[in-house]
Design a protein around this ligand. Structure first.
Ligand code: GLU
Length: 449
């Protein structure tokens, strides 16, 4: 048996996390078993369905690397003649009937399913046997009119015509399954296998919604998450292959994914964990790839803050950025908050703060002068390496008290109570700027005393 799964979103809103996770599980299961996944749009709700949402979903799938096949006609709105054929068949056999709509103004006849009122059990691949008392469903409506089918009917017909073997979807669809099985049995279709996956919950275990932060996949792309990290995190929302490994590439997910390892209880969405995953993927990047990803964001943010763009400084800043960010947008945030101002502008250190706590200005001035002389002795080429700068200053700093030496050194370069270490700042801003800043600080101390 070739596995055929389907991902049938209703294009009534943008591509959201829960929907992406459903698509991913269907994709992984199909790929793992050598089968295929179909995408189709369930747009029978014509008032709310929009083409722009279809585009958003397809772009999101592409970004995540989730591939699919399209059935010949992939919009339910274009298949009404097919649904009508089956509706007529059901009516012809006395298994459905037209009835007055309760909405008398409509002057249309709805189609009701003739409920056989049988006890019903289906085996869920994740949850085991689930039983229903179908008598509670009465003769439910399956079409608003002979030309206007409702979701339960179209879903059953589409799944049959596409040869769907496994219906993998959110647990919110469990209660729909009884109706759908009644319909498919009336039509004489085989029953697909069902697997209902746990809902994605907010940390307070309520249903995940906008008030918990972004739920649209595209928003995460815009904020600068990496597709690989996002997919990795999504896969672990409700699925756990066991063991300690957390980082999985898409091919590894395909290899490992089974429905047996899907959990029953709700999966908690944790933005900090998602950021952690993203950081792990940033750490693994080559310098070149990291630079290509970071520089455009850095440049836009730097220009917005009024810096004169200096590509050399920016490139030398990359290792620090890599340590300090989890997603690309953190660069924008940190630049906006002024955290990198001193890399682009000479600071204005205040004389009172130049000496280390309790230290005096004369000593601080002497230490700065020693640092200045040390920097003057380092070649331009060696200046690019903060470790070489560190080796050059370390002996003096150790002999004269690291705090007493390195505080004025750092503060003179950054003008900040908290900043990166002085060797790193010096190497990023370059020899000339570092020497200029030390000079300036010595001068400020001189005039202040
Ligand atoms: N169109 C439905 C939805 O978006 C999917 C139904 C199904 O998977 O059977 O929730």
């Amino acid at each position: 048996m070739t596995v055929i799964t389907r991902y049938p979103p209703s294009p009534t809103g943008s591509f959201h996390i829960g929907s992406a996770r459903t698509a991913l599980f269907n994709y992984l299961f199909a790929a793992h078993t050598g089968g295929k996944m179909y995408l189709r749009f369930e747009d029978t709700d014509t008032a709310r369905s929009k083409r722009e949402y279809e585009d958003d979903i397809r772009e999101g799938l592409q970004w995540l690397g989730i591939t699919y096949e399209l059935p010949g006609v992939f919009r339910q709105s274009e298949r009404t003649h097919t649904y009508r054929k089956y509706l007529e068949q059901l009516i012809g056999k006395g298994l459905a009937y037209e009835a007055e709509s309760s909405d008398t103004e409509q002057n249309k006849k709805v189609v009701r399913f003739k409920n056989p009122n049988i006890p019903m059990t289906f085996n869920d691949l994740i949850r085991g046997d689930i039983s229903f008392d179908t008598t509670e469903l009465d003769d439910f409506i399956i079409a608003r009119s002979i030309k206007d089918p409702l979701y339960h009917l179209s879903v059953v017909i589409d799944d049959y015509e596409m040869g769907v073997t496994h219906v993998i979807r959110g647990e919110d669809h469990i209660s729909n399954t009884a109706r759908q099985i009644l319909i498919l049995e009336a039509l004489g279709f085989p029953r697909p296998l069902y697997a209902h996956i746990p809902l994605i919950l907010a940390p307070d275990r309520s249903k995940l919604s906008k008030r918990h932060g972004a739920v649209s996949v595209n928003q995460y792309k815009v904020e600068g998450y990496l597709a690989e990290a996002f997919v990795n995190y999504l896969a672990l929302l409700g699925w756990n292959p066991g063991g300690d490994q957390e980082l999985y590439s898409m091919p590894e997910l395909v290899e490992k994914f089974t429905l047996e390892n899907v959990q029953i209880s709700g999966a908690i969405f944790n933005i900090e964990k998602l950021r952690w995953f993203n950081k792990e993927y940033l750490k693994k990047m080559s310098d070149d790839t990291f630079g290509k990803g970071a520089l455009p964001t850095l440049k836009a943010a730097a220009l917005a803050r009024g810096f004169t763009w200096d590509e050399k400084i920016a490139v030398r800043l990359l290792p620090l950025l890599r340590e300090r960010i989890s997603i690309w947008q953190d660069i924008t945030k940190q630049i906006d908050e002024g955290e990198y101002d001193y890399f682009f502008y000479d600071p204005r250190p205040s004389p009172a703060d130049i000496p280390h706590a309790g230290g005096d200005k004369v000593a601080a001035s002497a230490h700065l002068l020693a640092m200045l002389h040390t920097l003057q002795g380092i070649s331009e080429a060696d200046f690019k390496n903060p470790d070489i700068i560190k080796r050059s200053v370390w002996e003096y700093a150790t002999a004269n008290g690291r705090g007493d030496v390195l505080w004025p050194f750092r503060y003179a370069l950054s003008g900040r109570q908290r900043s990166a270490d002085p060797m790193l700042i010096a190497s990023v801003i370059g020899k000339e700027a570092a020497e200029r800043r030390l000079h300036a600080a010595i001068k400020i101390l001189g005039t202040a005393s």
